[in-house]
Design a protein around this ligand. Structure first.
Ligand code: ASP
Length: 341
């Protein structure tokens, strides 16, 4: 039997009603008792580093989770992290950067309904997560939900209430779970070198959603308080050029301060392509302006938090940003930037 470590963090899966609404109250052992069939599947130990609604997750929590995996890495064949669904995609992305080249599966799961409720999705998701965590063909960080095994850097919560709450954005599912079996869609190469663990994140990253007519002064207001900016722009991406090019001037001020701006899109699928329109190409020509392509905003944010403590300048930030990690970027998306350098 494989040895799997459960790291329980809270979320709906661990929640019970309180006078003020659902709150996480069940502990790891309570959750395990609700799925007795796990006993025949693998040997499970459990840790409880926190018990929180995932609205309260933070970069510090991500560092603690990465540290838990690091401390117990050699003793287990795989890891299951139970987590609230609301920020699970951020945690999955963050762990994909904090724990690289893991030959073992690190599987996040949760549920839309608490595990004690009759019609809960928790028991199935939990059992599936343990199945995935003991699968020799899976390596790296995943979200397992409603029968889908989704790459950690590609997961996004796309439904607030339905059981199929998570989607894989612009990337195929890695595998499906049906009737207790795993159907692999994507073959994953086992890393030949030991995993790399990182222990620093810079949380000073801001996401700005552009709206028509936005005052460009907002970019200058953010400059002192943050070290990187992600702009969710329109369509394939671009910045407005009204009011004496104030937007481009504000972007240039970020660049002069050595702080990167990543342009992404508000459109849910197919990513940015800044070179299509003049409004995008002009922004892209400013040093320090990067583009997200098909990366999720969850991945862009957490990758920047991971890059900032280790990068010396904008060129280094750019090189790290366009280095594909855990399938966050596709090969053709990074090639364009390599040929420009
Ligand atoms: N608010 C909950 C959380 O993210 C929602 C859930 O788990 O589904 O912790």
């Amino acid at each position: 039997m494989k040895n799997i470590l459960l790291i329980a963090t809270g979320g709906t899966i661990a929640s019970r009603p309180s006078s003020g609404g659902l709150t996480p109250q069940l502990l790891a052992q309570d959750i395990l008792r609700c799925v007795p069939s796990l006993e025949g599947l693998c040997h499970v130990d459990a840790l409880q580093p926190m018990n929180i609604d995932s609205t309260n997750m933070s970069p510090d929590c991500w560092l603690r989770l990465a540290q838990c995996v690091r401390e117990h890495y050699d003793a287990y064949d795989g890891f299951v992290i139970t987590h609230g669904t609301d920020t699970m995609a951020y945690t999955a992305s963050a762990l994909s950067y904090l724990i690289q080249r893991s030959a073992k599966p690190i599987v996040l799961t949760g549920s839309q309904k608490s595990i004690y409720v009759q019609d809960t999705d928790a028991r199935r998701n939990l059992y599936d997560a343990f199945l995935a965590a003991q699968d020799d063909a899976l390596c790296g960080v995943f979200v397992v939900f409603d029968g889908h095994v989704i790459c950690g850097t590609r997961a996004r919560k796309t439904r607030t209430k339905s059981m199929n709450a998570f989607s894989s954005i612009d990337y195929p599912d890695i595998a499906l779970l049906q009737d207790g079996r795993i159907l692999h869609y994507i073959h994953m190469e086992k890393p030949q070198t030991p995993p790399a663990f990182y222990d620093r994140l810079n949380p000073r990253v801001f996401v700005l959603r552009l709206i028509p007519g936005m005052n460009p002064a907002v970019l200058r207001l953010l400059l002192d308080a943050f070290d990187a900016l992600v702009i969710e722009s329109f369509g394939v991406g671009g910045l407005p050029c009204y009011e004496q090019e104030d937007f481009l001037c504000a972007v240039a001020a970020w660049s002069a301060a050595g702080k990167p701006i990543v342009i992404t899109t508000q459109v849910p699928h197919e990513g940015s392509d800044l070179m299509v329109y003049e409004v995008g190409a002009r922004a892209a020509s400013t040093p320090g302006v990067l583009e997200a392509h098909t990366m999720t905003v969850e991945s862009v944010v957490t990758k920047l938090m991971w890059i900032l403590p280790q990068a010396h300048d904008l060129a280094h930030i750019k090189a790290l940003f366009y280095t594909p990690i855990a399938h966050d970027l596709l090969r053709f998306e990074t090639c364009a930037h390599e040929s420009n350098d």
